[in-house]
Design a protein around this ligand. Structure first.
Ligand SMILES: Cc1ncc(COP(=O)(O)O)c(C=O)c1O
Length: 389
């Protein structure tokens, strides 16, 4: 009898029409104007953040997402850091975030001297669970004139960072309601969700600020890069100031009015980004096509299913995932072994953040769904080019 791991290898090989000896998890594609724009940028001499390309890239992101203001940063982690800074997150504050996310979400909190407070996720979105969050806050939080207080730790709960896992939107209506009720500002970690929509609105447009990432493995890439999205001019102006070494405008004087950061995206990266943005609609179509093929192919298999976009959402299918019916670390690892041995790159989800040594003492709620998902999720090849097969 065929094992589950054997069947998964067979199905993946069939969907991917595997001809090469190795199928990576996610590769970038540079088949548009990338080289021309980078060459144009070099020829212009404006290779840092001055020149036309940064403005152009920010404008393209703003048009695509509907965000009033977009600011390109050196990466998604720095974008998250500035998002938290402009909302006034400071040393000793607590910030709510899912245990199931990439480490950068929690790192940005630590850069502010604040503490991560881990929240469980729900299976239908793989993102923060608003019902469980409300229950948890009902037990530990109080609201006073300064906002939300964690009665157990005595710290302010200043912000909440929902993350749209693999490009699948969080249930934002319900989450915003909880955060509004508890006077907690929302920062969306939309690093993985460019091109993903919740109820017809682009992710990143629900909280006061949001962060995107254009790392090499993302749906579009600038090599390394990120961006802040916001509809509030005040926050955007402050983010621009903080990320440009807090330099005061002047024709020639070097005056800085706070300890700022050198986080602005260089024009060379933005040039790449402009070319990638031209290709984004095509990437989205091909990724959706690949996801539909996976969905059909895995329908016949018991004990595992292909994760499809949540109701009310249009995902970007940035990173495709299989879900085992039940948590089973040994089975998960056998499948990872078999697929990688067969030359098909697969990966587990991130180790839950509360298990990492620097975050073990952070406050947290019951994380049973996240714990289960850690032993169920397997990411499978997701490059846009695989949608062409
Ligand atoms: C959920 C999440 N948050 C933040 C980041 C950080 O982005 P970057 O790698 O551009 O710093 C990433 C991606 O790398 C991510 O997947």
């Amino acid at each position: 009898m065929k094992t589950l791991a054997g069947s998964i290898v067979e199905i993946l090989a069939a969907v991917l029409s595997k001809k090469s000896s190795y199928v990576p998890l996610h590769i970038p594609e540079f088949e548009g104007n990338e080289k021309d724009y980078v060459a144009e940028c070099i020829d212009s001499n404006f290779v840092s953040y001055l020149g036309q390309f940064v403005n152009r890239f920010e404008g393209m992101l703003s048009d695509f997402t509907g965000a009033k203001r977009v600011l390109a940063m050196v990466n998604g982690t720095t974008a998250l850091h500035i998002c938290l800074k402009v909302l006034g997150v400071k040393a000793g504050d607590e910030v709510l975030l899912p245990a199931l996310t990439f480490v950068a979400t929690a790192n940005a909190v630590n850069y502010c001297g604040a503490v991560s407070h881990f929240v469980d996720v729900e299976e239908k979105t793989l993102g923060m669970d608003p019902i469980k969050l409300r229950e948890h806050l009902g037990e530990i939080a109080a609201i006073d004139e300064n906002g939300c207080l964690n009665k157990s730790s005595g710290a302010r709960i200043r912000a909440c960072i929902p993350m749209h896992t693999f490009g699948h939107p969080v249930d934002m209506d319900a989450l915003m309601e909880v955060c509004n009720d508890y006077h907690i500002d929302v920062v969306e970690d939309a690093a993985e969700s460019l091109g993903a929509y919740y109820k017809g609105r682009h992710t990143g447009g629900f909280g006061r600020v949001a962060a995107l990432s254009f790392n090499g493995n993302k749906i579009i890439t600038t090599g390394g890069g990120g961006a802040i999205m916001t509809n509030e001019d005040g926050l955007a102006d402050l983010a621009r100031h903080m990320s440009t070494t807090a330099k005061m405008p002047h024709k020639w004087e070097y005056r800085h009015d706070m300890v700022g950061f050198n986080y602005r995206m260089p024009a060379l990266n933005a040039a790449l980004g402009c070319a990638q943005m031209e290709k984004l609609p095509g990437f989205l179509t091909r990724k959706r096509r690949l996801a539909q093929k996976y969905q059909r192919a895995f329908e016949s298999l018991d004990k595992v299913r292909f994760f499809v976009e949540p109701e009310s959402a249009k995902s970007n299918y940035w990173l495709n995932a299989l879900l085992l019916e039940k948590p089973d670390m040994a089975l998960r690892n056998t499948i990872l072994e078999a697929t990688n041995d067969a030359g098909i790159m697969t990966r587990p989800v991130w180790t839950l953040l509360h298990k990492l040594p620097m975050f073990t003492s952070c406050p947290r709620m019951d994380l049973s769904v996240s714990e289960g998902l850690e032993a169920r999720i397997i990411n499978i090849p997701s490059s846009a080019c695989l949608g062409d097969i």
